[in-house]
Design a protein around this ligand. Structure first.
Ligand SMILES: Nc1ncnc2c1ncn2[C@@H]1O[C@H](COP(=O)(O)OP(=O)(O)O)[C@@H](O)[C@H]1O
Ligand SMILES: [Mg+2]
Length: 349
């Protein structure tokens, strides 16, 4: 079925790194779509392949990494066919990005005002002077003090937090069709973080910009996202609308992630976490990659990798538990606890 709203279509994406142990896949068969104007959050613990996915989409994976399979379609066009030059143009226009490490993306030899103005002039018919005024305006919007002075600064003259805000101002200046933000506000303090999230929401509302938002902050997800993609060990394990996913997660990993939200409203800050750690690409478990950490793992999970199945319309999960239809995780856990108590499962779910 043709979907006119479809903006980004990632199909079976695979990205490998050449290591001492040979070629390993950090992203291993990832599928998802982003519609125009949609905010999609990508969550998962550190090392699950979120950043590598973003870099792969933008064709910014550098050696020893390489996209080795799959397709990325933007507005129906296969990005593999784009020259470096065409990609660069796309990244400055239709797709904009904000990364954790801002210094790499700002040009050290130009003032920040010049760099933001350039972006603005590409998109709007303005004079140099008007573009500069707009640049100051954008700097004010990301809460940079003395914006009329900072506009003439070079990147190295600014603090890391300021550079990050300049990057955000720049990314938002070109009214992109897609904004890819990789933990954009992690290093910023909460007040500024909230303002930047507001700016991003404004961008979506005013220009129908779609946002792919990589974050480990589930509070941000709940507030911003329409849809959530949960990644684990280089794969998508669950994907669906934010309401269902928060209220009734289907993958034991997602449920574990939800449990690790600190409950600040309770007297003590409780941070339960899923036992164990994310496997590295060179050491992926057989079967379901989550099985060594899963309180509900069965024999089949140890042997065979589950497929990402559409459990109900627009809702996907990759877990053998739901193979014969949707089940309730709490019920399954209760059953498991009644028959077998060796797993310490109650700690996780
Ligand atoms: N340049 C690299 N060389 C080798 N392995 C890498 C490289 N970059 C990332 N990886 C590996 O790819 C996996 C996914 O990393 P990443 O996408 O950064 O995770 P996330 O963003 O979810 O925290 C990790 O195991 C990481 O160690
Ligand atoms: Mg990352």
């Amino acid at each position: 079925m043709h979907n006119e709203n479809l903006l980004l279509d990632v199909q079976n994406l695979r990205t490998c790194f050449q290591t001492d142990q040979g070629e390993v896949a950090a992203v291993d068969g990832v599928d998802f779509k982003i519609n125009k104007g949609e905010v999609v959050a990508v969550v998962g613990e550190s090392g699950c392949g979120k950043s590598v996915t973003a870099f792969s989409i933008l064709k910014l994976v550098s050696r020893p990494g390489k996209v080795t399979g799959g397709k990325v379609l933007f507005e129906g066009k296969d990005l593999a066919q784009f020259s470096d030059q065409a990609m660069q143009k796309l990244r400055g226009n239709d797709i904009s990005m904000i990364f954790q490490e801002p210094l790499t993306s700002l040009n050290p030899v130009y003032t920040v005002g010049y760099q933001i103005s350039e972006v603005i002039l590409l998109h709007q018919k303005l004079t140099q002077k008007e573009a500069r005024e707009k640049a100051v305006d954008m700097l004010k919007k990301v809460n940079i003090p003395r914006a009329d002075k900072v506009v003439d600064s070079f990147p190295h003259e600014l603090s890391g937090g300021m550079r990050q805000r300049v990057m955000i101002a720049m990314a938002l200046s070109c009214n992109p069709k897609l904004l890819i933000a990789d933990e954009p506000t992690t290093a910023l303090d909460v007040t500024i973080q909230a303002q930047i999230l507001e700016l991003m929401k404004g961008l979506r509302n005013d220009f129908n910009t779609a946002i792919m938002m990589i974050t480990h902050d589930l509070g941000v997800v709940a507030e911003m996202a329409d849809r959530v993609i949960v990644m684990y060990a280089g794969k998508v394990v669950e994907e669906g609308d934010v309401f269902t996913l928060f209220k009734d997660p289907k993958h034991p990993y997602t449920k574990g992630l939800m449990k690790s939200i600190p409950k600040i409203h309770e007297l003590k800050v409780e941070l339960e976490s899923i036992r164990g750690t994310v496997p590295t690409p060179s050491n992926m478990p057989k079967g379901c990659r989550f099985h060594p950490r899963c309180p509900l793992a069965a024999e089949k999970c140890v042997e065979q990798p589950p497929k990402l199945l559409e459990l109900k319309p627009e809702y996907f999960v990759s877990c053998w538990l739901h193979d014969g239809g949707e089940v309730n995780l709490d019920d399954e856990l209760a059953k498991r606890a009644a028959s077998f108590t060796g797993y310490g499962a109650e700690k996780i779910l």
